[in-house]
Ligand binder design. Sequence first.
Ligand code: 2BA
Length: 109
Amino acid sequence: MKLLVAIVHTEDAGHLVDGLLEREFRATRLHSSGGFLKQSNATVILGLEDDQVDAALAVIRENCHSRTQLVNPMPPIMEPGEFFLPYPLEVEVGGATVFVLPVERFERI
Ligand code: 2BA
């Protein structure tokens, strides 16, 4: 058995969970936020049989799309007389960051 952990864009998370449920995958959606952008994203976790992993990844590919987001860089420490023009940086986010982990034991109680 595997635990699939997918970090996805908030806007994709609803479609992803619906797509997974349509194909009878059980999923849990957690609210999370990215360490770098410090913006909300979603973490979807799925307990799967080994032979279901590829099908679940296909649903993630169908529903999660990459986007570019603008970030304002942190201003540097300035000396008197220096100035800093804060140009926003473009960062590509997603489609999805996916980890597939082995599950030692699974119980539904
Ligand atoms: P964030 O940490 O907010 O990162 C958003 C995007 O910013 C990343 O997109 C990447 O393109 C860029 N980025 C992240 N750290 C950077 C850095 N040190 N320097 C330059 N650019 C950087 P993705 O790679 O698609 O990641 C989307 C989200 O997935 C991340 O949001 C984070 O929540 C999660 N994530 C990505 N890689 C991870 C990892 N190795 N472990 C845990 N979570 C991860």
